[in-house]
Design a binder for this molecule. Structure first.
Ligand SMILES: [Zn+2]
Length: 356
């Protein structure tokens, strides 16, 4: 199949403002007041306890009127319609997303439906969702539904690194997996970017400060650079195969970046990467506990029939896999996934890598 959507222009989409710091939620009113005074706050019950209450307190002190929309857990059409209706009923004037990728993707779609601006407050640095002008929608069952694209990127992305540093390490690792997937196409572009100028970076002296600085750097890489990188550089096989994996129930509990990590190995196999290059990526992914084999994905005995279901979804019309130059068929994708699994197992065997 040729590449029907081939675009030749260079593009650099980004949020209007990116703010990151250790007390960003406490200072949220300062930045959000530019958007309105009556936000719809989308966050689930778990996030409400860890960050939602303090955000609402901070906003109430600054005379905001907050309507809380309890996010149900799936970024589905149904959920977006329900939250949009709630926003309409309360005449909100902008939308806030507080949470992970699915909350963020839902809130972006709600803001788009209501014609309002959206502020993204991620509580994990685990996905590309905050900076981009698209959402990944799922069926209520958890299966991938489709991408939906918006005219505008979020107006504000505000990242409280204290909240993120307190989230489980697996979330940060997943974000690294997602960022690595974008690295090949996005990183070069972002390193040249003028956008880095003016972003806060701590200069650490003692150990605690160095750790704080590292957290700042990883959060920035996962959220800002990866977010900008993927939208500018485009997604390819890694994300299409990630979406394909939603066809298998057993991997639903894995995080976005964990599935994308395996998808990255698939992308490398598809690109005909050398063993040295494969080893470099596999070693990096394993070092942050990301899966590189079927067994590590939790599907050691995955059948050909299941892999074909993954491939069919990865090759659906409009999928990002069609951004690639090479010839793609479902059979090729199945072969590539088996190749990735073999490369992962081979590296583990040769290197003697053990989970610690
Ligand atoms: Zn991603």
């Amino acid at each position: 199949m040729p590449n029907p959507n081939r675009i030749t222009e260079r593009l650099f989409p980004s949020p209007s403002k990116y703010i990151q710091g250790p007390s960003a939620i406490q200072h949220a009113a300062r930045y959000l007041s530019k958007l309105g005074r009556s936000p719809l706050l989308a966050c689930d019950d778990y996030v409400y306890e860890i960050a939602g209450k303090s955000l609402i307190d901070a906003l109430h002190k600054a005379d905001f009127k907050v309507t809380r929309g309890v996010f149900g857990g799936e970024a589905s059409r149904e959920e977006i319609d329900r939250l949009s209706a709630l926003g309409q009923e309360h005449s909100v004037d902008f939308v806030i997303a507080l949470g992970g990728g699915k909350t963020i993707d839902s809130a972006k779609a709600v803001a788009d439906a209501l014609g309002l601006q959206v502020a993204i407050l991620p509580t994990t640095a685990s996905t590309d969702a905050p900076c981009s002008a698209l959402s990944v929608l799922y069926r209520p069952s958890g299966e991938f539904d489709r991408y939906t694209f918006f005219e505008k990127n979020p107006t504000i992305v505000l990242v409280d690194t204290t909240v993120i540093a307190n989230s489980p390490p697996r979330f940060l690792a997943s974000g690294i997996g997602d960022a690595i997937a974008d690295e090949r196409r996005g990183a070069a572009l972002c390193e040249q970017s003028e956008l880095r100028r003016g972003l806060p970076t701590g200069i650490g002296g003692d150990r605690a400060e160095v750790r704080g600085d590292l957290v700042q750097a990883v959060v920035e890489a996962n959220t800002l650079l990866s977010g900008l990188g993927f939208e500018s550089g485009g997604l390819a096989a890694a994300h299409a195969i990630h979406n394909g994996f939603t066809a298998i129930e057993a991997v639903h509990s894995l995080m976005h970046g964990e599935k994308v990590a395996f998808g990255t190995i698939c992308q490398l196999v598809l690109d005909g990467a050398s063993i040295t290059e494969l080893d470099r990526y596999i070693d990096l992914l394993l070092s942050v506990d990301l899966p590189v084999t079927f067994a590590q994905l939790g599907i050691p005995g995955v059948s050909d029939e299941e892999l074909h279901r993954v491939a069919a979804l990865a090759c659906a019309p409009g999928e990002t896999i069609w951004n690639l130059e090479c010839v793609i068929t479902e059979d090729i994708v199945v072969g590539v996934m088996k190749g990735a699994d073999a490369a992962g197992r081979d590296y583990i065997g040769r290197s003697g890598w053990k989970k610690v």
